[in-house]
Design a protein around this ligand. Structure first.
Ligand SMILES: O=C(O)c1cc(=O)[nH]c(=O)n1[C@@H]1O[C@H](COP(=O)(O)O)[C@@H](O)[C@H]1O
Length: 276
C-alpha cells in the first residue's frame, strides 16, 4: 500500500486532515509523567489515547527525541500510533550526500513518511524517493519568518526558488510518493504552489501556535492524489494540541489535562472540515 493510499483511507475513516505534532518539549511536560521511565513516551501515549480519533496522522519532530532515551521514546510512540491505525510522519528534515542519505532512509523504516530538505538536490533525496511505500514531504515554503530569506529569492527565470522546488518535486514524483511542505503562514505562496502541482498533497504546518491561515491550508493543501479516494493532505498543529491542557481550569487533574488535547484536536478537525 502506498503512503497516500494509507493516508487517504485514514482521512476518510476519521473525517479528519489533522496532523497532530508530537513535539514533547521536556520543559513543558506535566507533572503526571515526570516519574515515568521515559517521560516523553508516557506523555505521547496519553496524547495519542486522547487524540487518535481525530488524527489523520501523527508527526513527531525528530528534534525532540535526539538522545538515547529519546530514540526509545520515539520507537514506542511510533509503534503505539500504529497500534491505533494512525500513520506516522517523521519530521526529520533530512538529506545529505547519497551515501549518507541511504542511512537516513534506513532509519525511516519504522515511520510511514518523512520530511526532507531539497537543498542538496535530487541525489540527496533519491534513497527516500526510491522507497515507494513511504511518503517523502519536501520542504518548499516554510512557515518561519526567515522562510523568505532563501526560498523567496527570484531565479534568473523570474520564478521564486520555492516555486522551482515545487516544479522539481513533480519531476521527482515518479513513484507517486512525494508531498510538499508549505506553511499556513504563507497563504499566497500556498496558492501559487498549488497551481504548479495539482496532484501533490501538502503538509501544511503553522496553524495554531504560529497563527497561520486554516482556510488557505485546507483550500490549497489537499490534492486529488491518484492513490486516495479523498482530498489528501495534512494540516499540522503541535503545541496548540498537545499543550492545550496547560490552559485547563483544573490544574493537577490528569484527565482534564489530556482531555483538553483531545478537545483541541477535535476543534481543529471541525474548523478545517468547514473548508473541505
Ligand atoms: O516540516 C515541518 O513540519 C515544519 C515546516 C515548517 O515550515 N514549519 C513548521 O513549523 N514545521 C514543523 O511543524 C511543527 C509546528 O509546531 P507548532 O507551531 O507547535 O504547531 C514543528 O514540529 C515544526 O518543526
Amino acid at each position: 500500500m502506498s503512503f497516500f493510499e494509507t493516508l487517504g483511507a485514514r482521512i476518510e475513516s476519521t473525517d479528519s486532515v489533522v496532523s497532530v505534532g508530537l513535539d514533547p518539549d521536556p520543559s513543558r511536560l506535566p507533572e503526571f509523567v515526570a516519574d515515568a521511565d521515559l517521560p516523553r513516551w508516557a506523555f505521547n501515549r496519553r496524547i495519542i489515547d486522547a487524540t487518535h480519533e481525530h488524527a489523520a496522522c501523527y508527526k513527531p519532530n525528530a528534534a525532540f527525541y535526539e538522545d538515547a532515551d529519546g530514540w526509545r521514546a520515539l520507537a514506542e510512540t511510533i509503534a503505539y500510533a500504529h497500534g491505533k491505525d494512525v500513520p506516522v510522519l517523521l519530521d526529520a528534515k533530512r538529506a545529505d550526500i547519497g551515501n549518507t542519505t541511504r542511512q537516513y532512509a534506513a532509519a525511516l523504516d519504522r515511520a510511514d513518511a518523512i520530511t526532507v530538505n531539497p537543498y542538496l538536490g535530487r541525489d540527496s533525496l533519491q534513497p527516500f524517493l526510491d522507497r515507494e511505500g513511504k511518503g517523502v514531504f519536501v520542504l518548499c515554503r516554510t512557515s518561519n519568518p526567515g522562510g523568505s530569506d532563501l526560498q523567496d529569492l527570484e531565479l534568473a527565470s523570474g520564478e521564486p526558488l520555492y516555486e522551482r522546488v515545487a516544479a522539481l518535486a513533480d519531476v521527482w514524483n515518479g513513484n507517486g510518493n512525494v508531498g510538499l511542505v508549505v506553511g499556513a503562514t504563507a497563504p499566497e505562496e500556498l496558492a501559487a504552489v498549488r497551481e504548479i502541482v495539482p496532484e501533490i498533497p501538502f503538509l501544511v504546518p503553522g496553524v495554531g501556535a504560529q497563527g497561520g491561515d486554516a482556510e488557505a491550508a485546507v483550500e490549497h493543501g489537499l490534492a486529488d492524489h491518484p492513490d486516495a479516494d479523498v482530498g489528501a493532505g495534512l494540516v499540522n498543529s503541535s503545541r496548540g494540541i498537545i499543550f492545550a491542557g496547560e490552559e485547563s481550569s483544573r490544574p493537577g487533574d490528569e484527565a482534564t489535562y489530556f482531555g483538553a488535547a483531545g478537545d483541541a484536536a477535535k476543534r481543529l478537525k471541525k474548523r478545517l472540515n468547514r473548508y473541505r
